[in-house]
Design a protein around this ligand. Structure first.
Ligand SMILES: C[S@@+](CC[C@H](N)C(=O)[O-])C[C@H]1O[C@@H](n2cnc3c(N)ncnc32)[C@H](O)[C@@H]1O
Length: 296
């Protein structure tokens, strides 16, 4: 939630609260969330995609319940919608790249499971849902090397795309990188890559991807990307693309079930196209508003 709330969820809830009481605005919001694309370019078994999918489905349920109240379809007890109300949020709007073939297969399966779980929730609320079986298309999870694949071939940009890139890509200092990983960085950066952390490739590629479109990105990262020479080598290149830091979670201890993440200190850094919008720095218990966030 530390990633997806500031990346897109908080803004969608704000729009929902404004739309309360107004069917036209609720329909616009439903239409908006049905088109949002979520992309994790190091998706592992798909945890970030699954959380994002479930949160969008939960928001959709709230919007539909509010709409039902306004259109007189909310009776006492269970809601009666006729055949109108089914979820418009499709797994096909969820994209991932994963190097490990097994994890990539699991991500695909986990998305189907998440869809089924949310269909059950939907049914509890509305007494109807689209059936999970037979299985329809799942997320677009590609097995491959995110440093070498053109991300647009995985997650295409359409003119009206609203895309959020997220995840916790691998972080590895230069001394721990394999020859293949060093070569990956060379392919991404061309020059001055030798002392970069491996995760810099994801920040840089996401900055290039979101440039000039309705999109932003946020990654859980080693906090060393904002220390020492990483700052000038990585961030100068990113900020030169017309990209800024939209939000940041200061260093915190993080542990989850994913590989390589046992209680390490991490930061979360969100990137967006340069704008006049307020930026947010989160600490353990504070949300600080500012006009600019520096990478240091
Ligand atoms: C820290 S884990 C992320 C776990 C993921 N969030 C999950 O839910 O399972 C980093 C992932 O990046 C994958 N990875 C490492 N190098 C990669 C590369 N060059 N391209 C794509 N994926 C890569 C690893 O296999 C691993 O699954």
């Amino acid at each position: 939630m530390k990633v997806i709330e500031p990346l897109f969820l908080t803004e969608l809830y704000e729009e929902f609260f404004v739309a309360n009481g107004n069917v036209k605005k609720l329909n616009e919001l439903l239409n908006r969330i049905s088109k949002i694309k979520i992309f994790d370019p190091a998706c592992g078994s798909g945890n970030f995609l699954i959380i994002a999918y479930k949160e969008l489905r939960k928001l959709e349920i709230l919007i539909l319940k509010e709409k039902a109240k306004l259109t007189g379809k909310a009776g006492s007890g269970s809601l009666n919608f006729g055949g109108d109300y089914i979820s418009q949020i499709s797994l096909t709007n969820f994209y991932g790249i994963e190097l490990d073939d097994f994890a990539h297969e699991i991500a695909q399966l986990s998305l189907w499971l998440a869809e089924h779980q949310m269909n059950v929730e939907f049914f509890k609320e509305f007494g109807q849902t689209s059936p999970t079986l037979p299985l329809k298309e799942s997320g677009n999870i590609v097995q491959g090397n995110a440093c070498r694949i053109d991300w647009e071939t995985v997650c295409p940009k359409n003119p009206d795309s609203e895309i959020y890139i997220l995840g916790n890509p691998p972080y590895l200092g230069s001394r721990r990188q394999t020859d293949i990983q060093k070569e990956d960085l060379k392919i991404v950066f061309g020059s001055d890559f030798k002392s970069l952390d491996y995760i810099s490739a994801w920040f840089f590629k996401s900055a290039k991807f979101i440039k000039g479109i309705i999109a932003s990105s946020a990654f859980v990262s080693t906090n060393s990307v904002s220390q020492g020479e990483q700052v000038s080598l990585t961030w100068k290149r990113i900020l030169n693309e017309g990209i800024e830091i939209g939000f940041a979670h200061k260093d915190f201890k993080w542990s989850n079930n994913a590989k390589q993440n046992a209680g390490v200190t991490v930061a979360i850094i969100g990137l967006q196209n340069e704008s006049q919008k307020l930026k947010y720095i989160f600490t353990e218990d504070l949300k600080i508003t500012t006009s600019k966030i520096s990478p240091i």
